[in-house]
Ligand binder design. Structure first.
Ligand code: M6R
Length: 615
């Protein structure tokens, strides 16, 4: 999705903004642009495609810039109008003296555009954003006060926005405003920043002010002023950002995705830290703020999420129902929104999101809150909008995830669900404590078992090479690993663009089996000792009988499997109910190595964005 950085300060303005945009690159975009205040003039640079094009353009035109004083930069993920130079940000008013960059969607832009055209404004792009430029310029013409012009303009906007505005006639300031889209101010010494997300500024300052909806920020190199919708100044807390700049380095790995896959053992240790360390002690989940008496009687949980987080939620349903005997509904946030749900004040609604900014999930959470539900958020971004809506908050502590394909945040979400399920089971006292002790013991062993998988990935790499030319895959599993099949297939789709479908193994013969032949490999997830092992094995036999090439993902050492499967990928033995935390890892690696082998842009796959801030 789009990204914004504004900078006023002593550093080289162009390279500071470029670096900020580079750190937002992982979010996914199709064009980039920058506006610089230089010698009393605003100069605009825009390019299509990757940031390197903007860097090259600016290098070529560097001599045009005499004394760059401050500027705003943007990467655009097209929503209104194709990815083209004319639609790239910054956008200007008719005379070109005012510039704006924008994240979000202005829903009433057509009406506003018509009014502004009637007033004589000349529109050049198909974007909703250009409307903001003309609107603020119109207001500015009345007062010559940029801050007031932004304030008066945003009152007329419907939808979501984080904007930064500069005007040639007001040379030293950047004005920012937000509603339903994140924005923060980075506070420095002799410099200040304004950005849509932390990574843009983390290299320069760890001090930040998070803007709330309807607040306006004015920054100069020496000053930050935050006001409310009426223009009253607000004193806001300067927070210390939880990230280290090092998190944005690949640390010697070829891609962020590979680095993040390898971080998983430590991420899990981190997630368990302080919550589960002694199998004889109850799980310590003080983050769940509901009274024990309410938790004891809880009989309905709804979990809402999108994409990979939705797959974590599906595992969550399985284990909460299994351990805590509470009925759980799981639904994609984008569908939940349109359903007349039975959510009420005795429902616990769990929102799951890596970014905490996914628009569909935020809308769904707001709906649930309106119905009186207690909202528990599981997120990797305790500084996000979603976290701010939470009644209870479980931060998954995976550290910043740069690769668009979610990996470590997924395993961290799974661990949060295991902790939650055990916590609920312990409060309810509904399951034998010896069983829970075993589960807790095995959970503590998980990081070491993942390290075992990561210590030798040769078989996975060979499998990737062998199967990289296939155009279609089916991943099958049953029970708690069905979400693993869906997630494994999603990983392959999103980074290699190969068609991969996750299927409940038992459903294969109800339709998809018709597609099977030697061109469609079937990957079966089978955990020996589990309740689904034999059945998935039979379903694999059925696929073999239709000439499909077979890959097994299992901990079984049964030699007989060699007669059935073309490739066997191994994970260490684990209780089936905990196995999704292990089985997902070889599937992440398989997707990674296939994409890498095919020369795809692993960390920034086409058309995708890291956080999807539009519905
Ligand atoms: O930030 P969220 O977890 O709410 O994001 C949800 C999905 O957009 C996300 O999981 C997406 O599916 C990833 N690209 C998966 O790798």
């Amino acid at each position: 999705m789009c990204g914004i950085i504004g900078y006023a300060g002593f550093r080289d303005v162009v390279s500071t903004i470029l670096q900020g945009l580079t750190n937002l690159e992982y979010r996914g975009y199709d064009s980039a642009g920058m506006a610089i205040q230089d010698n009393g003039k605003i100069k605009i640079y825009k390019t299509l495609g990757k940031l390197i094009n903007l860097k090259n353009e600016l290098e070529m035109k560097r001599n045009e810039l005499k004394h760059p004083a401050l500027g705003i930069g943007h990467i655009r993920w097209a929503t209104h109008g194709s990815p083209s130079l004319v639609n790239a940000h910054p956008h200007t008013c008719t005379c070109g003296r005012l510039v704006v960059v924008h994240n979000g969607i202005i829903e009433n832009y057509k009406e506003l555009r018509e009014e502004l055209i009637k007033k004589g404004c000349k529109f050049r792009s198909q974007t909703d954003t250009e409307t903001i430029a003309h609107l603020v310029a119109d207001e500015f013409s009345k007062t010559k006060d940029l801050e007031a012009a932004v304030r008066n303009s945003v009152k007329k906007l419907q939808g979501a926005y984080a904007i930064c505005v500069m005007h040639q006639d007001v040379p030293n300031i950047i004005v920012g405003a937000r509603k339903h889209a994140p924005m923060l101010v980075g506070v420095g010494e002799g410099e200040n920043f304004i950005a849509s997300d932390t990574p843009a500024i983390i290299e320069y300052t760890k001090k930040a002010i998070y803007l709330d909806d309807n607040q306006i920020a004015v920054i100069t190199k020496d000053n930050v002023k935050i006001t409310d919708v009426k223009g009253n100044e607000i004193k806001k807390k300067v927070e210390v950002l939880p990230w280290e700049p090092m998190a944005l380095s690949k640390m010697g790995y070829k891609h962020f995705m590979l680095k993040e896959i390898h971080e998983q053992p430590d991420v899990i240790r981190n997630s368990l830290n302080g919550k589960l360390f002694d199998i004889d002690a109850p799980v310590n989940l003080k983050e769940v703020k509901l009274d024990k008496s309410i938790l004891k009687k809880l009989n309905k949980i709804e979990i809402i999420a999108c994409g990979t987080s939705l797959h974590a939620a599906m595992v969550g349903k399985y284990i909460i129902e299994n351990f805590a005997e509470i009925s759980v509904d799981v639904e994609a946030s984008s569908e939940y929104i349109y359903r007349k749900t039975t959510t009420n004040s005795s429902t616990l609604v769990v929102g799951v999101s890596q970014s905490g900014e996914t628009a569909d999930t935020i809308t769904a959470i707001k709906q649930a809150k309106e119905k009186g539900a207690h909202v528990l958020i599981i997120t990797n971004r305790p500084d996000s909008n979603m976290a701010r809506l939470a009644d209870s908050l479980i931060p998954v502590n995976a550290g910043i995830e740069v690769s668009v394909a979610a990996t470590k945040s997924y395993t961290a979400q799974l661990i949060s669900f295991y902790l939650l399920a055990v916590h609920l089971a312990e409060i309810k006292g509904c399951i034998e404590s010896s069983y829970l002790k075993n589960i807790k013991h095995e959970l503590i062993q998980i990081p070491t078992k993942i390290e075992e998988i990561l210590s030798d990935t040769t078989a996975i790499q060979e499998c990737a090479k062998k199967f990289s030319s296939y155009k279609n895959f089916i991943y099958i599993a049953r029970g708690v690993n069905l979400p693993t099949a869906l997630e494994g297939a999603l990983k392959l789709k999103e980074i290699s663009y190969i068609n991969a479908t996750g299927y409940a193994a038992g459903e294969l013969k109800h339709g998809p089996i018709a597609m099977l032949d030697e061109t469609m490999p079937v990957l079966s997830i089978m955990v020996p000792g589990g309740i689904t092992y034999e059945k998935v094995l039979s379903n694999s036999e059925e696929a073999k009988a239709r000439n499909a090439k077979l890959i097994a993902l299992t901990s079984s050492s049964d030699k007989e499997l060699n007669n059935l499967f073309d490739v066997i990928l191994k994970v260490p033995h684990v209780n089936e109910i905990l196995s999704p935390v292990l089985t997902c890892v070889p599937l992440q690696l398989l997707a990674y190595y296939i994409a890498e082998f095919l020369g795809k842009d692993v960390d920034q796959p086409r058309n995708l964005a890291k956080s999807v801030t539009v519905e």
